[in-house]
Design a protein around this ligand. Sequence first.
Ligand code: CTP
Length: 408
Amino acid sequence: MLKCKSILIGVSGGIAAYKVCEVISSLFQEGAKVRVILTETAQSFITPLTVATLSRHQAYTDQDFWQATHSRPLHIALGEEADLLLIAPLTANMLAKLTYGLADNLLTNTVLASRCPILLAPAMNTEMWEQPVIQRNWQQLKLDSRYHTIGPGSGLLACDRLGAGRMAEPKEIIAEIQSLAYTKGQQDFQGKRILISGGGTREYLDPVRFLGNPSTGKMGLALAQAASDRGAVVTLIHGAIAPELLPKSPNYNLISMVTAEEMETAMISHLEESEIVIMSAAVADVKPANYTNYKLPKKELSLNLKLEPVVDILAKLGTLKKDHQTLIGFAAQTGDIVKPALDKLKRKNLDIIVANPIDTPEAGFGTNTNQAIFIDNKGEQKNIDSCSKLELAHRLLDFVKIRALNKV
Ligand code: CTP
């Protein structure tokens, strides 16, 4: 998800620092370039060796900051290459320093010498968190649009108390980083209604056997996440997606279905309210002509299965589309990807088509990465090299934005 993204993490001195180790490890697994600054007190909780091992890169401390060097000053170089700076845990002391713009160590100097968004994850004892001075600082800092915040939540604290001040969980922090690293907090699709299809449809022959395809739905999920992170009101109509891939508490509407016919009905019923429609589902092209409502014994299975075509949902949407709506299709192709995609763009009356090679190891069904050529109905093309599906989703939204805004 975070391939090509550079995430800088500033750790200040609190017991929740141990949880940041999980964040560092997960970010590295997600493909991000992870750099970590440890304040002096943070090193009482986690060591530079722990961080270096998890991030596969040296951890930076104040010692590195004060050392003579022939390269660029560290606080400037680190800030410049970061897409996002996470400060976790944010202690009472670090909060006060940020509020008043103090710069007395590597981390606070890096904050002031950079422009990237900053995500703050506070953690402290409830008494400390509820102090009026802390609350004043916190509210003051939130007025600065550069700062984004996560938590603190309530729960059992290291002081054995149940109360507010518990740092957000690593999984929540990762999800927020995924969103912010791409959007930088921008809400450029605010209030736009976007309808997306994803996953594969299944056409059953009997209760256990079906015709389908290996689509995992990752591209549809990435599109839904990207669009809702940018402020859109999103509905994702999806076929088969493994439950563990589905978000636990999505900030968009998820509607599940099985067959192409069900997907068609759902897409059409949501079409009118939608300004942008993206059809990324892998729809089965044919279905068994007959369905048996009991499991067919092997000897009753025909070796010449009678099939019939299923409706082409995208082509149908193309006939129903109004001028203010933008319709986007995908063309999963092997070999030459542009010519057949152009043909589908015209045939299905689309505004944009995403020509998608499925015969390379870094793209297609089930992969975490993808590559594509976006083509619009004026023939303009944009190549997107192999990147995470989330990155591709954001690049597609950038491409859609210019064209969709021209229609308003
Ligand atoms: N699609 C659809 N309904 C179908 C088949 C495809 O809505 N029954 C949509 C897909 O979601 C995708 C686009 O049409 O957005 C192109 O799908 P693809 O499988 O690449 O192409 P087909 O139109 O099925 O053509 P072909 O199989 O001949 O390449």
